[in-house]
Design a protein around this ligand. Structure first.
Ligand code: NAP
Ligand code: G4F
Length: 347
C-alpha cells in the first residue's frame, strides 16, 4: 500500500462519533462481510462497525486512475480490498466465490440524484442492473450469504402518504429513484424466487462529515466554513423549501447490520421520524457560527431539479420494534458536527 494512500487516512478531522460496541461474542467464529461501495460514505462507516464487531471485511473497489481511499485510508491495514465493478459480472462472481462471505452489503451505486438526469443509462446500469449482477453472483457462487440492498426513500418520490412506511407505494421522481425501485424489487424477487436471505433497507437521507460535497448538507457545512474563512462570499443553492428526514450515517449502518441478524429476511424503513427544510438546515448551520444565512444564500436555478421530491418523512416504527434501532444523533447535532468538521479541515 502506498504511503500516499495511507496518508489520506483518518483525516476526517473534527468528527466526533459515538463508539460502537465490540464483539461477535466469545468463541464465535469470525464472520466475513463483503461491502460494495466501501470507499463511499456509508461503506466507510459500515467497515468500521463490522471491524469493531470482529468481522473480516472485504471491500470491493472499482478501478480508477487515482485512488479513492480518502474515507477508508485509516482502515486499509485492517480490511481486504478487492477489485470488481458493478458493470462486470465475472468480477463480482469472483469476489463472492473467493470470499464466501456470511454477509454481502450492496452499497455501491451512482448515488447523486441530479447526475441521474444527465447520465440516466449509466445510473440504470450501476444502480439498477448492478443489483441483479451482484444477486446473480451470490446465487451462483455462495447462496448461503445474507444480502443487504441499499434501497432509498427516493423510491417514495411524490409520496402518496406521509409519513412513509414499508407499505407506502413507490412513485419515483428521478432516473435514480426509478433505478432504486428496480433494485428493490429484484432483491425481493430473488428472495421469493430462490429463497435467498435478501433484504432491502429503505433508508432516508443520512449524512456526516464524510458526505460528498455535492449533497446539500455537506454543500452547506462546507459553504459555511468557506465563508467564515473568507474564501467565499455567498452560497448558491436550489430549492430551499424541499424537506427531508435527515439522520447521521454512523447510526444508519448499524440498522443495516441489524437487518441481516434477524431470523427472517424482511424489508425496513429507516429514518428519524423528523422532517426539516433546506431553509432549516441553513438556519442551524449558519447560526452555529453566528451568521444570518439570509445574507449569504442565493437561489440559483441551475440547482433546481426537473422534478422535485418535495418532502420525505419516515415512519421507522417497524425498525424500532423489530430491530431495536433508534437514531442517536439529532438534526442539530448532525449539522453542527458537519460544520465543525469542515471548519477544522480547512486551515
Ligand atoms: P456514495 O458515498 O456516493 O458511495 C457510492 C459508492 O459506490 C462509492 O464507493 C463508489 O465508488 C461506488 N461505486 C459507484 N459505481 C460503482 C461501480 N460501477 N462499481 C463499483 N463501485 C461503484 O454513497 P453513500 O451515501 O455511501 O450511499 C451508499 C448507498 O446507499 C448507495 O447505494 C446510495 O444510493 C444508497 N442510499 C444512500 C442514502 C444516503 O442518504 N446517503 C440514502 C438511501 C440510500 P468510487 O469511490 O469509486 O466512486
Ligand atoms: O442532498 P441531496 O442532493 O439529496 P437527495 O436528492 O435527497 O438524495 C440523497 O438522499 C437519498 C435518500 O432519500 C439517497 F437515496 C440519495 O442517494 C442521496 O443520498 O438533496 C436534498 C434536497 C433536494 O430536495 C434538493 O432539491 O436538497 C435540495 N437542494 C436545494 N439546493 C439541493 C440544493 N440539493 C443539492 N444537492 N444541491 C443544492 O444546491
Amino acid at each position: 500500500m502506498s504511503a500516499k494512500r495511507r496518508s489520506s487516512a483518518s483525516s476526517r478531522g473534527g468528527e466526533k462519533r459515538p463508539k460502537a460496541k465490540r464483539g461477535l461474542g466469545q468463541g464465535q467464529p469470525r464472520k466475513t462481510a463483503v461491502i460494495t461501495g466501501v470507499t463511499g460514505q456509508d461503506g466507510s462507516y459500515l467497515a468500521e462497525l463490522l471491524l469493531d464487531k470482529g468481522y473480516d471485511v472485504v471491500g470491493v473497489v472499482r478501478r480508477t486512475s487515482h485512488d479513492s481511499y480518502e474515507r477508508i485510508g485509516h482502515l486499509l491495514d485492517r480490511i481486504r480490498v478487492v477489485p470488481a465493478d458493478l458493470l462486470d459480472q465475472h468480477s463480482l462472481t469472483a469476489v463472492i466465490r473467493d470470499a464466501k462471505p456470511d454477509e454481502v452489503y450492496n452499497l455501491a451505486a451512482q448515488s447523486f440524484v441530479p447526475t441521474s438526469w444527465t447520465q440516466p443509462v449509466l445510473t440504470g446500469e450501476f444502480t439498477a442492473l448492478g443489483v441483479t449482477r451482484l444477486l446473480e453472483a451470490v446465487r451462483l457462487a455462495h447462496p448461503q450469504a445474507r444480502f443487504y440492498q441499499a434501497s432509498s426513500s427516493e423510491m417514495f418520490g411524490k409520496a402518496t402518504e406521509t409519513p412513509q412506511r414499508e407499505t407506502t407505494p413507490f412513485y419515483p421522481r428521478s432516473p435514480y429513484g426509478v433505478a432504486k425501485v428496480y433494485g428493490h424489487w429484484i432483491t425481493v424477487n430473488y428472495r421469493e424466487s430462490y429463497g435467498l436471505y435478501a433484504v432491502s433497507g429503505i433508508l432516508f437521507n443520512h449524512e456526516s462529515p464524510r458526505r460528498g460535497l455535492e449533497f446539500v448538507t455537506r454543500k452547506i457545512s462546507d459553504g459555511v466554513a468557506r465563508i467564515v474563512q473568507g474564501k467565499a462570499k455567498e452560497l448558491r443553492l436550489g430549492n430551499l423549501d424541499a424537506r427531508r428526514d435527515w439522520g447521521y450515517a454512523g447510526d444508519y449502518v448499524d440498522a443495516m447490520w441489524r437487518m441481516l441478524q434477524q431470523p427472517t429476511p424482511e424489508d425496513y424503513v429507516i429514518g428519524t421520524g423528523e422532517m426539516h427544510s433546506v431553509r432549516d438546515l441553513c438556519d442551524v448551520a449558519f447560526g452555529h457560527v453566528g451568521l444570518d444565512w439570509r445574507k449569504y444564500v442565493k437561489v440559483d436555478p441551475q440547482f433546481v431539479r426537473p422534478a422535485e421530491v418535495d418532502l420525505l418523512l419516515a415512519d421507522p416504527a417497524k425498525g424500532r420494534r423489530k430491530l431495536g434501532w433508534t437514531p442517536r444523533v439529532s438534526f442539530e447535532q448532525l449539522v453542527t458536527m458537519m460544520v465543525d468538521a469542515d471548519l477544522e479541515r480547512r486551515p
